[in-house]
Design a protein around this ligand. Structure first.
Ligand code: OKP
Ligand code: ZN
Length: 344
């Protein structure tokens, strides 16, 4: 297993997350990567690599250029405007307002480019997001070259980031950027399997009208779970993308047995669609101890998950998404990767 990691992902050190009406210390914190890295090294899961800098070109292959510029400039504009705290959106082009023009001032641009308010933009956020997508690109490049599995310890995560929107702790869609890269280097159809507790609305949106990326997600039912406005079973793709998007919303408290049976259906669809690469959006917030999620995985169950993923029989890249039970995040990730190694 090739493991990709960058110290620069620590450059995001946000102090505030709007949670239940209170500004709290963000759940998505730099300690997450420290602890995963520590456990990966302790368990000697694989060789560690620092990715090179891939620049903006692979980002612009899936994201809007004005959005990327906004992310690059946001913090500086926020500071120049004399604002006190971190940059948090508080006005949107909601359904009764105009969404057809891009506003000029940073406070308004925040709402235009945000899909949720919990995720503040702080000094270093853009640089960390750049490092995170480089981690994903390093991992996919390695797997493309060797056929062997890679793990990218991405942070911040990516699957909520859409073509021109951030939120849910995500800025650049690392999995989408990696998938696009795989297609550019000759893969014909990439499967993105999203096992994070939350629906990967951003990945779905980016590839919704395309048949060269199959997006499949198992997640908490959006009726009662973030991101609420996406992730229902009737979202199946559009145009030539029809049939290449599959959502499995599952109720809070779903057992591991039910979850695994659903995963088998997802793997069968990946086979049927004749994909030639697998990218796993690996959120370990399906853990029973996760502070913001509601599935029931034990640490041991993650080994089974890793093993099961090998049944796709494809070159595989696993990319870190969520997971907020920091005391257990390291062992949970290690178990997935060790399970995967056992399976192949
Ligand atoms: C990011 B990823 C908790 C509500 C949820 C945002 C969750 C973002 C999850 N009060 N807030 O998918 O792990
Ligand atoms: Zn999540």
């Amino acid at each position: 297993m090739h493991i990709f990691y960058s110290d620069k992902t620590r450059l995001r050190q946000a102090r505030t997350e709007l949670h239940d009406g209170v500004l709290v210390a963000p759940f998505e914190c730099p300690e997450r990567v420290d602890l995963v890295l520590k456990q990966l090294q302790q368990a000697a899961v694989g060789e560690l690599f620092e990715p090179r800098a891939f620049g903006l070109e692979p980002v612009l292959a899936v994201h809007d250029a004005d959005y990327v510029n906004f992310l690059a400039d946001c913090w500086h504009e926020w500071v120049a405007a004399g604002h006190e705290g971190e940059a948090i959106p508080n006005i949107w082009p909601a359904r009764t307002l105009r969404g057809d023009r891009i506003p000029r001032v940073v406070s308004a641009k925040l709402g235009y480019y945000a899909l949720a308010a919990e995720t503040s933009i702080s000094e270093g956020t853009f640089e960390a997001a750049m490092a995170s997508k480089d981690v994903a690109l390093g991992a996919v490049e390695q797997t493309l070259a060797t056929g062997e599995p890679s793990f990218g310890l991405c942070r911040p995560p990516g699957h909520h980031a859409a073509f021109d929107q951030f939120g849910g702790y995500c800025f650049f869609n690392n999995a989408a950027i990696a998938a696009q890269r795989a297609l550019a280097s000759g893969k014909r159809r990439v499967a993105i399997l999203d096992v994070d507790f939350h629906h990967g609305n951003g990945t779905q949106q980016i590839f919704y009208e395309r048949d060269d990326v199959l997006f499949i997600s198992l997640h908490g039912d959006p009726e009662v779970t973030f991101p609420y406005y996406s992730g229902y079973a009737d979202e199946t793709g559009r145009g030539s993308g029809e049939g290449f998007n599959t959502n499995y919303p599952l109720p809070p408290g779903t057992t591991v047995d039910t979850w695994m049976a659903t995963l088998d259906n997802a793997l069968a669809r990946i086979k049927e669609a004749q994909c030639d690469m697998l990218i796993v959006s690996l959120g370990v917030d399906i853990f029973e101890g996760d502070p913001i999620s509601a599935f029931t995985f034990t640490s041991g169950d993650f080994s089974l998950l890793g093993q099961r993923l090998t049944q796709a029989g494809l070159p595989t890249v696993l990319l870190m998404e969520g997971g907020y039970a920091v005391d257990d995040i390291g062992i949970n990730v290690v178990n997935v990767l060790q399970g995967f190694k056992q399976g192949i």
